[in-house]
Write a protein that binds this ligand. Structure first.
Ligand code: ZN
Ligand code: ZN
Ligand code: FE
Length: 721
């Protein structure tokens, strides 16, 4: 009985052990029976698991699995990515078409074998296999042309022998080519991380100019040369989930990987194929990035991958086991000693999140960007994998079909749909249509309330809290764009106690992408039209045309959209410092502002407390003075971060005095900023507060659905009782 807990396999999650006495039943053998049709109870589905140590060893020694690139056992291998239906038996997965050979079947049916009932079990004789396709002509390495292990089909050369595949792949990577490769949850683009031209090609192919790319290192030792790794990071990198971990860079690999950013997204090999490949590769690191064009979902089928990339990429590595559920690599970062997810997908989904109350038959639609949705079953939340930006047509199609897939797979028929207040989110519109067509109740939940509720749901909290929600944007109950919010909230409702002072959003949505607009809005607040006289490089660089345009907009328009966003405040400061004039990807300005900090100067800028809001006009004026006095940007940035943290701390203290509440919840995209979050926690320490943060779901909009689910459930439960 003890062993069930103490010797559980690494990926096992034991929720509860129940012990009941029973009379001997004369059972002489241990067997696993065929599953009956699954009833309506919640049945967990395992997430995908990185290759285990035993299988790595079998790759070298087990005769029928020498170098078998899809080796797996009960402790490792694909799960959610290949499951079509429950119960989880082989014939309900994409392994269905592969007939087991006698050796595999013997292992599969032997309770003493590590592969007993391992559904994707396979070997070199009976399992799916790899193929490398190279476009003939200029890119095919010479040696290949005489190679007997390849055949020619039209203008393509096809290689089926694994060692030949790996050797050709090595040659192509060394030549600086980009290769399309089938990963566990979707297609990846692969290139030598040290080859400038190759990485540049990836950026061109993906239409992704600036956003940092993730790198797969051969092992921890290689990664340690390029990143300062603390033990906790090593532990996560080597765990069976093998996510991408954002770490502090030690030495730059290649400026094109993470231009202007001092963090590096690192992962370690997780598929057997990755290990086999690195055995032959000279380079210690490859770029491995999702096979998609910016904002589209990761390619899932061979056809999709071919259609998009075949013309652009000279070589592709496929295998003939189908991916059923697509999964990006998950991403996270250690903040305040905990690994916190930023993108929840492979190896985390579809692990359910337990809540302290019923969330049955509720669908939560999520946000617009970084979308995930959530289904409630019993007292569990089933979060979808990362879906992405719903403004993209293909991503929205994936969203809709994935909802159907989750409903079927987990047998949930929602009676309530919960969504954001934002009238233009695709997720909101989809929910409205759905509720109308099927006559379902719809529950709309304010964005920042949902952020805070996501933390409460994760931690099983159901009470009044002080909440701080800092992010880029979210629709407020007054129609303005919120994002620097202090709330007294419980799961049902919230009171907006304080917020960052409103500033105009010159250009509306454009201001979200162009930090220089926000810089002007803040300067205008501080200096009025005199801002043009400031002897700042920022003013010069902005140019007269833009300056007069925007200042006249600011002067004339009384009814510009307003924002209390913390993200936009970060944008403004980044632009003023000349670090980031325009955002090429979401959160760029804030990331660049965080990355330049060298150490904590200890002090902060002044800010002003009004009755219901906090003004940063004085902060901006002092930053300008520091800039003109030649204070380093690193120091200004750190002092600015400290200012926001102090504003959080002082306001939280004020709310604590008013309400007596000691539980403080922090959420929203700004809390992916390690420096800001850790500074806040340092100030709001155990003496004054019990602080709660996101961990299992992202603090960004990828966690919104969980919060929506919890709020909708509480509101319904209160009607019922
Ligand atoms: Zn294994
Ligand atoms: Zn076999
Ligand atoms: Fe948000």
């Amino acid at each position: 009985m003890d062993a069930i807990a103490s010797e559980a396999p690494p990926a096992a999650k034991i929720e509860q052990v129940e012990i009941k006495p029973a009379k001997p039943q004369g059972l002489l053998q241990f067997t696993i029976d065929r599953s009956d049709q699954v009833n309506t109870e919640t049945t967990g589905i395992s997430p995908d698991i990185a290759i285990c140590k035993d299988c790595l060893n079998d790759l070298k020694h087990q005769p029928h699995r020498i170098d078998y690139p899809l080796i797996n056992c009960t402790n490792c291998g694909p799960r959610f990515s290949i499951i079509k239906e429950l119960p989880y038996d082989r014939d309900k997965t994409t392994m269905e078409k592969f007939e087991m050979c006698t050796v595999c079947r013997e292992e599969y049916t032997d309770p003493a074998n590590r592969r007993f009932h391992a559904q994707p079990v396979a070997c070199n004789h009976c399992g799916p296999s790899f193929t490398l396709t190279i476009r003939q002509g200029k890119v095919a390495p010479k040696s290949l042309k005489e190679d007997l292990s390849s055949e020619v089909e039209g203008d393509h050369q096809i290689v089926n022998n694994l060692s030949a595949i790996i050797e050709k792949t090595r040659q192509l990577l060394m030549k600086g080519e980009v290769i399309l490769t089938k990963g566990q949850g979707g297609y990846h683009l692969m290139a030598d991380a040290f080859n400038h031209d190759a990485v540049n090609k990836i950026r061109t192919i993906k239409h992704r100019d600036h956003k940092p790319l993730a790198v797969m290192f051969r092992n921890i030792a290689a990664a340690s040369e390029y990143a300062h790794l603390i033990n906790k990071e090593k532990e996560i990198l080597e765990s069976w989930r093998r996510p991408i971990v954002l770490c502090k860079q030690k030495k730059q690999i290649n400026s094109l990987i993470n231009e202007g950013i001092e963090t590096l997204g690192i992962m370690l090999p997780y598929m057997p194929f990755h290990h086999l490949l690195f055995k032959k590769l000279e380079t210690p690191a490859i770029v491995l990035t999702s096979g998609n064009f910016s904002d589209e979902p990761i390619a899932r089928t061979d056809e999709e991958a071919k259609r998009k990339f075949q013309e652009l990429i000279p070589a592709s590595i496929f295998y003939n086991r189908e991916i059923y559920n697509r999964l990006d690599d998950s991403v996270g970062r250690i903040i305040y000693n905990e690994f916190r997810l930023i993108r929840r997908s492979r190896a985390y989904v579809p692990t359910m999140i337990k809540l302290p109350f019923k969330v049955d038959e509720i669908f939560a639609a999520g946000a617009e960007m970084k979308n995930t949705f959530c289904l409630g079953k019993g007292n569990k939340a089933i979060m979808s994998q990362h879906i992405g930006d719903l403004k993209n047509f293909e991503t929205f199609q994936f969203y809709k079909s994935n909802i159907e897939r989750f409903k079927e797979l987990f047998r949930v028929e929602p009676k309530i749909v919960a969504c954001d207040l934002h009238p233009d989110y695709h997720s909101t519109n989809h929910s409205e249509d759905w509720s109308e067509q099927q006559n379902l109740d719809i529950e709309k939940i304010q964005h920042h309330h949902a952020h805070l509720a996501s933390v409460m749901a994760e931690h099983g909290m159901d009470e009044k809290i002080i909440g701080i929600s800092l992010d880029g944007t979210g629709y407020g109950t007054d129609g303005h764009s919120w994002g620097g919010e202090f709330m007294i909230a419980d799961l049902q409702d919230f009171e907006r106690a304080y917020h960052f002072e409103y500033v105009p959003l010159p250009g509306g949505d454009k201001a979200n992408k162009e930090p220089w607009r926000m810089a002007l809005a803040y300067l205008y607040n501080a200096y009025g039209e005199k801002l043009v006289e400031l002897p700042l490089p920022f003013i010069e660089n902005t140019g007269n045309k833009k300056l007069t345009d925007i200042t006249s907009i600011l002067t004339l328009a009384k009814d510009l959209p307003l924002t209390s966003s913390c993200g936009r405040l970060f944008d403004a400061v980044a632009a003023l410092l000349g670090i980031c004039h325009e955002n090429n990807y979401d959160g760029q300005a804030a990331m660049m502002l965080e990355t330049i900090i060298e150490n904590d100067p200890g002090d902060h800028y002044p800010f002003t407390n009004h009755e219901k809001s906090i003004s940063f006009t004085k902060t901006i004026m002092k930053i300008i003075r520091d800039l003109l006095n030649g204070v380093s940007k690193a120091t200004i940035s750190a002092k600015f971060h400290n200012t926001v943290a102090w504003a959080c701390f002082e306001t939280a203290m004020k709310l604590k005095r008013q309400t007596g509440i000691e539980k403080l919840v922090l959420s929203g995209g700004c809390f992916q900023n390690k420096y800001l979050t850790e500074k806040c926690l340092q100030l709001c320490n155990e003496k004054d507060f019990e602080v709660y943060l996101n961990k299992a779901v992202p603090a960004n909009d990828g966690g919104i659905a969980l919060g929506q689910l919890a709020v909708a459930a509480k509101r319904r439960n209160s009607h019922v009782s």
